[in-house]
Design a protein around this ligand. Sequence first.
Ligand code: DQA
Length: 149
Amino acid sequence: MADNAKILILNGPNLNMLGVREPEIYGADTLADIEQRCHAHASTLGFSVDFRQSNVEGELVTWIQESRTTCQGIAINAAAFTHTSVAILDALSLLDIPIIEVHLSNIFARESFRHHSYVSAVAAGVICGFGWRGYTLALDALKDILDGD
Ligand code: DQA
């Protein structure tokens, strides 16, 4: 089932600034570095990856809606929208494909407003605190889920 699966990896606001944005929290890698690692790792799993970022909530909602019929799994770092967006939760709730929530930082070790996530309600699992590795771990998790392991 996982063979040739297409995975949408979605990134929310300010993640386009990785590399210069609070590197002590988010690491020195750019989003392009992370994207490259995702493509390399996905190819070892037999996946193809559609890797996207937007600062616009509605654009993320539209991409989530589209993934319903075009993708077999989704990994999402909704960034600040994680903590605020009922619209993203509602869009994710439309999906019948597995959803993995990713955060670079450990949101539970940070400010209390980051402890609540709207995404978690519909996620198969949450990976946070492992930096860029969270993205490749999410791909591993999707592989196991899609393989039925
Ligand atoms: C983040 C954590 C969020 O709280 C924050 O707003 C982000 C990035 C992370 O990857 O650690 O923008 O999702």
